[in-house]
Each structure stands twice: as C-alpha cells, then as structure tokens.
Design a protein around this ligand. Structure first.
Ligand code: ATP
Ligand code: MG
Length: 395
C-alpha cells in the first residue's frame, strides 16, 4: 500500500549496517547493483540512489520496485513513499492525502523520525507526530469517520522520515528476505535434485551472499526426463532471486554409477550414492572456483541423513559440506519452499526413492561403506564431473 503520488522506494538493509565502513560500502554497492538487476529483470523502471544506510529507488512504479526490493537478498525492508519538502506543512498535506486515499476505518497512528543534525529542522519528530496526527484526525472526521488513535497497535499507520533535504511519507514497511547481497561471498556448489529440500538449501545460501553453482546428478534409468526437468525448473525459479549472477546448471551423468550400486551394494547403497554426488560436486567446485558443497539434507530426515551417516558421507570430499536445512523439520522446509515458489516444481517422484534398499543402514562407519562400494567410485565421480553437460539458464 502506498500514498498517492508515491515516487520513491526506501530500501533498508539489516546486517550491512554493523560492518566496518569499508565492508559496508562494498556491500552497499553490491546491493545497489543486485537491486538494479532485479528491477531490469522484471521490467521495472527505477534509478537507484545510494545514501548512508539506505538505498532510494526513484521510480514511477512504486509497487513493482517495492516487490523487487523485497525479493533482493540483503534487504531488511522496503517502503513505497512520497517525497515532499521537509516542512511541517508539506508533511501534513501528504499525511492527509494518504489518509483520504487509503484509510478505510479503524484506529491510526503517526510514527515520525528525523535524520541528520539536530538543528536541521525547526521542529522535532514529536511535533510531526502531534501536528500530523491532528491533521489526520481532521481528515478522518471530514470523511465522515470516527477518528481513534492507537499508538500500540493501530489499524492504519502513517510513517514519516524527515531528512535535511527531503521528507518521505509511507504506509508500510514490507519485509525483505534479509541476509547479505549475493556476490559478497565466494560461490558454493549446491547439489540440486529438484525435490523440496535442496532448492530451499540453495536459496538459504544465496540469502547469505553466496552465488550458487547448481549441480544435478542424472540418475539414468532411476531418474528420468521428468526428474531432470524438475531440477531445471527449480533452478529457473532460483535465478529470479539473483538475476545479477550468470547461471549454469551442471548435469553430471550418474546413470552407470547408480546402476552399479543398485546391483552390487545393499544397506549402504544410499551413502555410496551420496558420496558419489559429493565427489562429483567437489570436482565441479574446483573448476568453478567454489569453496563448499551444499545439500538439502536434514538430520534424521532419511536413513542416509542420520547424524552418524552424515559424518560418513562428508568424508567423500575435502570441501566443507553445508546443510542450510540441517535442523529444520520437513514441514518447515516445505513451508519455505512454498514461500519461495519452488514447491510446485517439486511434485514429481524423486528417483532416489527407487534406488533405496529395503533395510538401509542408519549407523554406518566409513570403513563399512568403503568396503561395500566399488573401489573407484569417487574417481568415477570425478571423471563423470569432468565430462558434465552444462545447461545455461537464461532469463
Ligand atoms: P530433496 O532433498 O532436494 O527434496 P530428495 O528428497 O529427492 O530431494 P534426498 O534423498 O533427500 O533427495 O537427498 C538428499 C540431498 O542430496 C538432496 O537434498 C540434494 O542436495 C542431494 N541430491 C539428491 N538427489 C540428487 C540429484 N539427483 N542430483 C543432485 N543432488 C541430489
Ligand atoms: Mg530430501
């Protein structure tokens, strides 16, 4: 919801503010570039102005620009606002116009802040609140309403941010995803199956600033065209959150390996398959300059994901294995997948389920898994990774 004639979006970032001056400037620069990419990706016109601790988007599409900011990692909140002169008269007029256009009953409150030197304005923020509040009161009455102020839990809240050179009036602070701007961390490979969990894991790493290099392991007869299409669709959705990055899906052929494992291994099969995937991911990471591997595993979600078994699979790579969903319950991961729009693509049956043995080991040791799997399994994973197919994901 925005006031009439809204022409600016105030964009606040969270954690960047606590960084050192140098780091903060760099991160703010990246945030501005990323937001510019998202605006362009969505066809929303807007000019970004950087000021200390804030970005301002000057735009004639305040709703589109606010939605873009609210999807940009590093953004804490965004407000579509109308810019006015920093005088009490101009602010009051904007508050009244916003009330006439948007108030549809219920209590109200005016919340005002001033920024800059204390003598920048001949009035205090409390003056804006009391005089602005009185003007809103009159406007509600004029419209035939029954004005009521509720400072604690108002139905209709009007915000004023008054700066030395301009003032902004707005009606909401739309929450952004938080985190850090994508590209402020080194990249991480994400093993993406197209299921529910791994896209959420990848999204959470993007949210912390890591560009993601998606790797999908084609399971041959155990996977299938739908399975792969699902992974592609998932990555296409993730790209919308970071259109500033160039995205390529790396497809590693795991068909032979999984057929071999199905024929020769039993209770530790899924652990060997996961080790194959991690070794392949490591090889891709080396080529792509990535510094870790991420999966969508969660403690105890499946037999291959018991705390004991996770320790065994980790030994397949020297890179750190990141598991952003490690401690989430399935329903929490599912809720997040719905929120970020990757749930709908995750409805095809996962191939892995058909590879799993009847009675999988839940408490394996590394020795046990190594003894049961083909000796050259990890070497084969690296070979298959070297021959991988690369699928550019265009926007
Ligand atoms: P998801 O966990 O993504 O919902 P899933 O349930 O099919 O998919 P799991 O058996 O839980 O897969 O696999 C654990 C993790 O291993 C996945 O979260 C993902 O990171 C990785 N993974 C599984 N299958 C594949 C695959 N075919 N290609 C790439 N990574 C995969
Ligand atoms: Mg899973």
């Amino acid at each position: 919801m925005h006031p009439p004639d809204a022409d600016t979006v105030l964009v606040r970032h969270g954690e960047l503010g606590v960084k050192s001056e140098q780091v903060r400037r760099k991160m703010e620069g990246r945030l501005g570039d990323n937001l510019r990419s998202t605006l362009a990706d969505r066809g929303v016109a807007g000019d970004i102005e950087r000021r200390r601790n804030r970005l301002f988007v000057h735009t004639d599409d305040p709703e589109g620009a606010t939605a873009a900011a609210a999807d940009t990692f590093g953004v804490a909140s965004a407000s579509p606002a109308v810019r006015v002169e920093p005088t009490l008269d101009a602010i009051e007029a904007a508050l009244v116009a916003a009330t006439e256009a948007c108030h549809d009953g219920g209590s109200f409150a005016v919340d005002a802040r001033r920024a800059g030197p204390s003598d920048a304005h001949p009035f205090a923020s409390t003056d804006i609140e009391s005089e602005g509040g009185a003007a809103v009161w009159d406007a509600v009455e004029r419209a035939g309403g029954d004005p009521a102020v509720d400072l604690d839990d108002p139905d209709f809240e009007l915000f004023v941010e008054c700066r030395p050179d301009d003032a902004y009036v707005f009606l909401e602070r739309r929450a952004g995803p938080g985190g850090l701007p994508v590209g402020t961390q080194r990249p991480v490979v994400a093993l993406v199956s197209g299921g529910i969990d791994s896209p959420v894991a990848a999204w959470r790493l993007l949210r912390r600033g890591c560009p993601v290099v998606p790797v999908y392991v084609d399971l041959g007869d155990y996977g299938g065209v739908d399975h792969r299409a699902r992974a592609v669709a998932t990555v296409e959705r993730l790209v919308e959150y970071a259109p500033s990055e160039s995205w390529t899906l790396h497809v590693v052929d795991g068909g032979d390996a999984v057929a071999d494992l199905a024929a020769t291994t039993d209770d530790c099969r899924m652990l060997s398959l996961r080790r194959f995937m991690l070794a392949a991911a490591e090889a891709v990471a080396e080529d792509e300059g990535a510094v870790g591997v991420a999966t969508g595993e969660a403690v105890g979600q499946k037999s291959s994901q018991t705390s004991a078994n996770l320790a065994v699979t980790d030994a397949a790579t020297r890179l750190p294995v990141h598991r952003p969903t490690l401690t989430l319950d399935k329903h929490e991961i599912t809720q997040r997948a719905r929120d970020i729009g990757t749930f709908e693509t995750a409805t095809v049956d996962a191939g892995c389920d058909r590879v799993a043995p009847e009675l999988p080991e839940t408490d394996a040791s590394l020795e046990q898994v190594r003894a049961s799997e083909p000796e050259d399994l990890l070497e084969r994973a690296r070979e298959r990774a070297a021959e991988r197919e690369t699928v550019p994901i265009e926007r």
